[in-house]
Design a protein around this ligand. Sequence first.
Ligand code: NAD
Length: 246
Amino acid sequence: MLLKDKVALVTGATRGIGRCVALALAAQGAHLVVVGTNAEKAVEFAAELEQSGTQALGVGADVSLAADVERLVDRTKECFGRIDVLVNNAGVTRDGLMLRMKEVDWDTVIDVNLKGAFLCTRGVARLMTKQRSGRIINISSVVGQMGNPGQANYCASKAGLHGLTRSNARELAKRQITVNAIAPGFIETDMTEFLTEQQRTELTSQIPLERLGHVDDIAATVVFLASDQAGYITGQVIGVNGGMYM
Ligand code: NAD
C-alpha cells in the first residue's frame, strides 16, 4: 500500500479518468474526497468506495467557483482534518475553430480547466503548507504541448496549467509540497467516444505505440507521483501519450 491513510481529493471524479484515478488511489490505501458537478453522482461514488472499505466523502462542486471550492475545502477539513494529495482533473471542452469561437466557450474552458486548478490548489495549499507535505497533480493534455486545430481554448487552458504547475512547484517546494502535471495523449473515455472509425485510425497512426491510452495508464502515473517514491520530482510535465509527443 503506497498511500495508506493519506487523504486524496480528486476533482471530476464521477467518470472517466478521474473515477479510475480515485479507484487506484483507494486501492493503495488512501481515503478519498470525490468531486463532480453532479452532487448526487459524487455522493453515489463515495458510497461505492465506502462499500469496498475506503473512507470517502462525495461533494458536488463547480471548481470554477471560488465559493464552491471554499466549501469543498472546508468539508474536507471537517471530515478528514488534512489533505495529502490533490488531483486537479476536472476538465471540459468547447471545441470550435478560433475564428468562429464564441467568447462564452473561451471563458468556460479557461474557467474550469485553468482557474479551477488555481482555486483548488490555493484552497488546499494552506493546509499542506501547515502540514509541510503534499502532492499536487494537474491533469493537462498532450495538446497543451502540441496545439490542436479547433481547440484554441482547450490547448491554451492546458498550456496554462503547465505554467501554473512550474510556478506553484517553485513557490511550494520549501514546504515539501511537490507539484507536477500529467499530459495524457488520447485516452479511451467519454471525451474521445465521439471519434469516427476513420479519425481513430488516423489518430492511431500518429502514436508510436499504435493505440489510444487507457484510463489505467493515467491512474498508475498519478499513484506514482502521489507516493513517497516520487518525492524528488517537482515542476515536471509528464507525458503519458504512447510517444505521440516527445
Ligand atoms: P470526462 O468528461 O469523462 O470527465 C470530466 C469530469 O470533470 C466529470 O466528472 C465532470 O463532472 C467533471 N467536471 C466538469 N466540469 C466541472 C466543474 N466545473 N467542476 C467540477 N467538476 C467538473 O473527462 P475525461 O476524459 O475523464 O478527462 C479528465 C481530464 O483529463 C480532463 O481534464 C481532460 O481535459 C483530461 N484529458 C483527457 C483526455 C482524453 O483523451 N480523455 C486526454 C487528455 C487530457
